[in-house]
Design a protein around this ligand. Structure first.
Ligand code: 13P
Length: 249
């Protein structure tokens, strides 16, 4: 039985005043029926972890460097994330692949480093619109999964997020059948590579325009173990609606 996970990715949004949203979320779900994670910008991780101490809401980073430490101005190490109170890190988000030219090989190296520091890596994949229209979604996602996941993945240290790029921040989502097709494909790839026990234990999140209004139908799709939520995770009220839908899924 895979534990459900509602993960919020605040991206480059949030300052001190946003911490009250995290506190409101924690207050609304003192003993939730699923895991809840917020990934604020790096500047807020430490303060958010402090505010959420003792609550059911976990805190994660949005990226880490593949090196353990050193001369990498502006970057954040996996150890810095754990030191600041993070338990998870999002890796290989399509925005980082686009903005920072991150390749599958880099994402894989980052995931290895994250694992070595005890972080749960949420490894992202997903196709652009042209790729979907060309009928190459599964081949593309398959390549990303094969290249971005290190050999040491387990159900405990890895979560895979499927985020079609054209669904991010657009209000468009794939059909439920399309989501189901990609998730079933990723599950089969994981089982083929890591064996049935590990392959079936790694959780698969859907991401891209998840809202309180569409969350329940998405969570009813087989092999959807939760969501990675951008815009709708910024306010406790919206994210709370998604968490409730997941609790009831
Ligand atoms: P939106 O929920 O804003 O579409 O963003 C999804 C996403 O990219 C989460 O990582």
């Amino acid at each position: 039985m895979r534990r459900k996970l509602a993960a919020g990715n605040w991206k480059m949004n949030g300052t001190s005043t946003s911490l009250k949203e995290a506190e409101a979320l924690a207050a609304a779900f003192p003993s939730p029926g699923c895991e809840i994670l917020l990934c604020p910008p790096a500047t807020l991780i430490h303060r958010m972890s402090g505010k959420l101490e003792g609550s059911a809401v976990m805190v994660g980073g949005q990226d880490c460097h593949m090196a353990l430490s050193g001369a990498h101005t502006g970057d954040i190490s996996a150890e810095m994330l754990t030191d600041a109170g993070a338990s998870h890190v999002i890796l290989g988000h399509s925005e980082r692949r686009a903005d920072h030219c991150e390749t599958d090989e880099m994402v894989r190296a980052k995931a290895e480093t994250a694992h070595s520091q005890g972080l749960v890596a949420i490894i992202c994949c997903g196709e652009a619109l042209e790729t979907r229209e060309a009928g190459e979604t599964l081949a593309h996602v398959g390549r990303q999964i094969a290249g971005s996941l290190p050999d040491g993945c387990t159900g405990e240290n890895t979560v895979v997020a499927y985020e079609p790029i054209w669904a991010i921040g657009t209000g468009k989502i794939p059909t439920l059948a399309e989501i189901g097709e990609v998730h079933a494909f990723i599950r089969a790839e994981l089982v083929a590579r890591f064996g049935a026990e590990t392959g079936n234990a790694i959780r698969l999140l859907y991401g891209g325009s998840v809202k309180p209004s569409n969350a329940a139908e998405i969570f009813a799709v087989a092999d959807v173990d939760g969501a990675l939520v951008g815009g709708a995770s910024l306010r406790a009220e919206d994210f709370g609606g998604i968490v409730s839908a997941l609790e009831n899924a």
